[in-house]
Design a protein around this ligand. Structure first.
Ligand SMILES: Nc1ncnc2c1ncn2[C@@H]1O[C@H](COP(=O)(O)OP(=O)(O)OP(=O)(O)O)[C@@H](O)[C@H]1O
Length: 263
């Protein structure tokens, strides 16, 4: 499925090519994400989902193609313009969640301190606000990451990703490693934040429950490109070997017939 940029596109990827040596990961990949969407990006292991998120935040660059966020090329303008764009995005990567030598409060304060313009009392106030936003107690603020449970680490990392009030939130396997209860409460939290803050979310997940409960659309990365970007119902009906494998559990639960093309 090929998509065209529209005025409300928060992300627009066109003709992305990514290579690591001889390994061609993306080849002519297109994807448009509109404001307020929660897009689940799914694909096989090593298909290039994390790399795509890294392209979006400017941590890596494709060999060819155009990466546009908020209607501008990612590398447009000078350093100040690039930084301003980056600050409109929050990212929660699967690994490397928190700085281990920093307390919870210091981790959340980090992006605020980096701005260099916010006073200490204001930073303290914002840290308390973000902690409450992710449903953690003020008493957690002085704890070190090693003292936290897996679910709490994710919450603090989310609070840090939300510190600068981003419009675009990128989540790489946010519920991986959480038990079902913690996973369900994390999903509720993201959905509430999405409702309250009007965020656009790109979510990489292998977890069908997370996907079914959160995503407004599903983008399927296979054969080095996005082969389908559609609602979950249309994705389930899309006749593709990866889709059949990945969604077999859901199809069985929903009794969904396959065969009609979605992309
Ligand atoms: N810095 C790098 N140097 C060399 N190869 C890389 C680098 N980063 C990623 N790759 C390769 O690019 C491919 C895509 O990796 P990526 O981590 O984006 O996949 P993924 O879809 O997120 O995988 P998973 O679902 O297993 O996390 C893999 O073959 C990986 O080995």
């Amino acid at each position: 499925m090929s998509e065209r940029a529209t005025s409300d596109a928060v992300v627009c990827l066109e003709g992305i090519v990514t290579r690591f040596g001889r390994n061609i990961v993306h080849e002519g990949l297109d994807l448009t994400i509109r404001a307020g969407d929660i897009v689940a990006l799914v694909g096989g292991s090593g298909s290039g989902k994390t790399t795509l998120l890294r392209h979006l935040v400017g941590l890596s660059r494709p060999a060819a193609g155009r990466v546009e966020v908020f209607g501008e090329a990612l590398d447009a303008g000078g350093a100040a313009a690039r930084l301003a764009r980056q600050r409109r995005m929050g990212v929660l990567f699967q690994h490397g969640a928190l700085f281990s030598a920093f307390s919870v409060a210091q981790n959340i304060a980090f992006p605020l301190r980096e701005l260099g313009v916010i006073s200490r009392p204001e930073i303290d106030r914002l840290v308390a606000l973000k902690l409450a936003m992710v449903e953690m107690e003020p008493a957690h603020a002085p704890l070190m990451p090693a003292e936290l449970s897996g679910g709490m680490v994710k919450r603090v990392a989310l609070a840090r990703a939300l510190a600068l009030e981003p419009e675009l939130l990128l989540l790489d396997e946010p519920t991986a490693g959480l038990d079902p209860d913690r996973s369900a409460s994390f999903i509720r939290l993201i959905r509430a934040l999405h409702r309250e803050l009007g965020l656009t979310v790109v979510l990489v997940t292998h977890d069908l429950d997370t996907l079914a409960q959160m995503a407004t659309s599903v983008a399927v990365l296979a054969e080095r490109r996005i082969v389908s970007h559609a609602s979950l119902a249309d994705t389930l009906a899309y006749d593709h070997p990866f889709v059949a494998r990945f969604f077999s559990g859901l199809q069985a639960r929903c009794g969904q017939p396959r065969g009609a093309g979605a992309g």
